[in-house]
Design a protein around this ligand. Sequence first.
Ligand code: TTP
Ligand code: MG
Length: 393
Amino acid sequence: MANRTIIHIDLDSFFVSVEQVLNPELKGKPVVVGGRPERRGVVATASYEARAFGLHSAMPLVTAARLCPEAIFIEGNFDRYREFSQKFMAILNDFCPFIEPAGIDEAYLDVTGFESIHGSIRQMATAMKERIQSELGLSASIGISSCKVVAKIASDLSKPDGLIEVTTGEEREFLAPLPVDKLPGVGKQTVKVMKSLSIHTIGSLSRMPSHTLKSRFGTAGETMRRFANGIDDSEVLPPGEAKSISRETTFGEDTRDRVLLEATLWAQSEKVGADLRKQDKQARCVTLKVRYADFSTITRSRTLQENVSTDQVIFETGSKLLEQALKVEMQAVRLIGIGVSHLVEPSRQATLFTPSAQELEELNKTIDRIRNRYGFGAIQTGRAIQLKDILTQ
Ligand code: TTP
Ligand code: MG
């Protein structure tokens, strides 16, 4: 996967901080949101002053009151938190549209390439923190890294009001000394099993043989090992949207016929492109999938400089990936597929497009309109003509 820059941002003691903005008398004091301690229930969040007494989220309120009798207990007002959350996300959106909210007070941003706008990603992150502070009165913590998992751990470690940037290539060294429970998904049970294997730090986890982890933790073991090595290819995805659009075709007979492979890819690209435009989306990543005669399957992705929505660019990208894949593998192909992911709102900056790209987009839209009216087969374009009798899906 191409080099990326990811920000993870999380507000500090969110519910309590909102209460402190609404009532400044609460500032600098041990405050708990979750309800009155006489009532059964748990701490939603505690201010950092209260955390110094050992209070934390999910602790029974009675225990919290015993550990910190002077704490101020508040019921909380979820509607207000939601309001602040929406404003927080809107500020992030001003900085970068590639956002994946990961909770009420946290989000991932794919800020790859944004240093040219802000001088550096660190400056961008600092500006974000300043705006959130000045407009909402809240402090945020930020992690910057080449992948989501490391960015998340970095922001967590920087709390409160912090900023940690992990240089690309130094992810492993950054993670190595940390205790394993800093990794997302590693809870108390997992920590116990890891202890029995003498795994205490993320570094020792990263050095464990794959098969040992697989036998103890199943497929989650492999994910943990990759995370421990600072490897996480997962994308920053907007919520509730189709994560990808794809088409694949299994051939009646395994084939090495380049003309057939390319023609199939073209027909698939047209359908993927049409779906993309129907959703009024553009994509940043194109993925080719190839399954060989022996059922081994590869996927190859390319992140593009500019958003795509035309069949031609999807096809050309897929075709280049296919060419590379076929160079290293001599087997016949059983299945081929193409997909787009990292879907975004169309960029309206016409200057980004060369005139020919704009013309292509117009042509694609015209063909879409005809097909919407008369059916997909009403127009056969380019290489797909060779497929009339072959394609079944
Ligand atoms: P978190 O971001 O996990 O916690 P936080 O913002 O209070 O503190 P920090 O990030 O500085 O460590 O959760 C965000 C909000 O979600 C939190 O303010 C309250 C709510 N929450 C609960 O209601 N119950 C919980 O168990 C947790 C963890 C959070
Ligand atoms: Mg938080």
